[in-house]
Design a protein around this ligand. Sequence first.
Ligand code: GLU
Length: 322
Amino acid sequence: MDEVRAQERLVEWFGDVCQDVHGRLAALTDGEPASYIPELANVDPDRFAIATVAVNGQPTLLGDHEHRFTIQSISKLLLYGLALETHGRDQVLRRAGVAPTGDPFNAIELDDALHRAPNPMVNSGAIAITDMVDGDSFEERADVVLALFERYLGHRPDVDDAVCASEYSTGHRNRAIGYLLLDQGIIGDRVEETLDLYFMQCSILITTADLAMIGATIANNGVHPVTGERVVGPKVARDMLTVALTCGMYDYAGEWAYTVGIPAKSGVGGGIVGMIPGVGGIAVFSPRLDEHGNSVRGIRVFEELSQEFDLHVFDADQPWNP
Ligand code: GLU
């Protein structure tokens, strides 16, 4: 069998296994949708989608893959890449380190010794990173963020205005974090504008298919598999993957790295995106969350796929690299 046929067989096998996993895990109804704002609590909890996009652009789409949901914390990974690309590692590391915290994502904490946020995936680090988005006004900076998403998605995304307004009116804890960052001189004094931007980036609407495309782009060294556009440089993509592996799954990140071993980022909207370097992106959407804020079905999907295909980054015998 030639190599191309072998790859095709592998993709078929992957599609079949995803279908089986999707069918079986639909029965899993543990967990509850996020409830800190009514817009998230009111989602249909049974929605369930799995999407994958290989680095050659080939998709596998299952279930509610066209349903749009808010990206929430997954946006932190993309903004991190933007900051690295625009300002370089040194500037970024001055604001946020790369140490997993084991604490909740919204903990009000800084690395006091190093005078920065612990990492860019907790809110303190994410807000410090969002502050780095260039522009002279909210509109200009929002445009930079939406243009970034456009490069990943291949189209300009919409923002869920109702979610954004709710994030804004209930975001007192994030406001406290923003002002702590200002007090510590980690960010400048346009705190409210930066928080508006942060609430907006969390409220960007994506589908599970979009999310898999984001994953595939990062897994493809930063090159979009379909448009061929370079979205981030290879070293930036590598930094994004590293931080995703160590800090991407809230305070479950250590267990995730151990059991699943796929660089990934999750959001309280119910999405999880995983990146298999050099292979592709996997995305799952299911709004019922566990106590860490991760999608219950999403975790199970990744556990099963990781086991079935030896997708843990430290597995020596991945079928993708015969
Ligand atoms: N908008 C949420 C917050 O910052 C993001 C939550 C998340 O997905 O972790 O509170």
